[in-house]
Write a protein that binds this ligand. Structure first.
Ligand code: ADP
Ligand code: MG
Length: 386
């Protein structure tokens, strides 16, 4: 939650640190993907939403090309860099995210001045909720305004992707920053990853007496991991053999034909993407026609597909999902890139505590690290706070 009090506190701390008031404070949220996993880079559909956990940056432009950055997150000191001669791969740790978006704006012909920046974030790190994009989207929103670049959301999405892909070196798609930049309170972001077409779909779990629980398994995921790259390679191979530009162009009706053309592993990967795309479309339809209480089976089917066909789950995620379901959640799935991170469980308000307790107990019994469990609600996308 962002209150006026903590915006003031951030500005005060900025002034103490850098000796002058910031030009402004911008915030951008993390995201949870309701459904549509590993469909983004297949030019398909996703349905994420911006969450009520955000990164906030107080920022002041300088007269030179120096960047000074500090995070309220413990264990990091002041980071200094120079925007002149900035190149992909420079910087380390979290400083790569602000530097990456500054570089991406430079690549678009924008003169980016040096700046002082103070970061405060309550998006959990590495939990699959895109704490990195929250930082990038907050910073690019600030720089977009302060440089007068005035790019629209679609350009900012692509600039942020370039920052992550080229500057940071993480091969991510456009889902996370689209949710963070284009999200809206009470809505999920139905995004066509081929052309960035967005429709805001009402998703008000609360009105249906439901909560969306996030279960952070604390198992670290890494996009640099070979698992992610090999999944992408399988998808590209599948598209090539099936003679389409991207798997988005393959409908469920072609899966039988595909089974005669693809090797077993490629078929499984393709089947996940093709059916997942279809589940996103179905979810949007069901949300509109019947509301959140009816999407449970689609969430469940998505998890099974990721576990068995795309093979990106892990024992902790499966246990979280199975335990939540056994204790009253109406639908549950891993969310994010996989191999760790978080699961989501759509749960009747009255059963929230039972699900929480059961998951904590099952993790203890299995000898897993205690999970972190919290609720999220669809919140506003990136905005200027002061
Ligand atoms: P995710 O985006 O899913 O949370 P990533 O590995 O992409 O995971 O990004 C996590 C990284 O973001 C952390 O390793 C850290 O470098 C950086 N980060 C996120 N939030 C903060 C913060 N408040 N302060 C400093 N660094 C942060
Ligand atoms: Mg990330």
């Amino acid at each position: 939650m962002t209150t006026t009090a903590n915006v003031t506190a951030l500005s005060d701390r900025f002034r103490e640190t850098f000796g002058a008031a910031p030009d402004g404070v911008w915030q951008a949220p993390g995201r949870v993907n309701l459904i549509g996993e590993h469909t983004d880079y297949n030019e398909g559909f996703v349905l994420p939403f911006a969450i009520d956990r955000t990164a906030r940056v107080a920022l002041r432009v300088r007269n030179d090309s120096t960047v000074r950055m500090l995070s309220t997150f413990g264990g990091h000191g002041m980071v200094e860099a120079d925007l002149e001669g900035l190149e992909p791969g420079s910087g380390d740790g979290w400083s790569r995210y602000p530097l990456g978006v500054a570089w991406a704006l430079q690549e678009r012909g924008i003169t980016v001045p040096g700046f002082d920046l103070l970061l405060d974030s309550d998006v959990p790190l590495g939990a699959g909720l895109s704490s990195s994009h929250a930082i990038e989207c907050a910073v690019i929103s600030a720089l977009n305004e302060l440089t007068g670049a005035d790019f629209g959301a679609e350009d900012l999405v692509l600039a942020t992707q370039q920052a992550e892909n080229i500057f940071v070196g993480a091969p991510t798609g456009i889902m996370d920053q689209s949710a963070s930049l284009r999200g809206a309170k009470g809505h999920a972001v139905f995004l066509d990853c081929r052309d960035q077409h967005v429709e805001l779909v009402p998703f008000d779990a609360e009105a249906s007496d439901l909560v969306l629980l996030v279960i952070d398994t604390k198992v670290s995921h890494s996009h640099a991991d070979g698992g992610y790259a090999s999944r992408r390679a399988s998808c590209e191979l599948g598209a090539e053999i099936l003679g389409v530009k991207a798997l988005r162009d393959v409908g469920v009706e072609r899966l039988e034909e595909a089974s005669g053309l693809l090797d077993e592993t490629t078929l499984k990967r393709v089947r996940h993407v093709v059916t997942e795309n279809d589940r996103v479309l179905q979810t949007v339809e069901v949300l509109g026609a019947q509301g959140p209480a009816s999407i449970g089976p689609l969430l469940d089917a998505s998890h099974v597909s990721m576990r068995d066909d795309f093979e990106i789950s892990c024992p902790e995620l499966d246990l979280a999902v199975d335990t939540a379901k056994a204790n009253g959640s109406i639908g549950a799935r891993m969310t994010g890139g996989g191999f760790g991170g978080s699961a989501i469980a759509l749960t009747p308000v009255g059963l929230e505590q039972q699900v929480r307790d059961a998951v904590v107990r099952s993790f203890a019994e299995a000898g897993f690290t205690a999970p972190d469990i919290f609720t999220v609600t669809p919140a506003a996308g990136a905005l200027r706070l002061s």
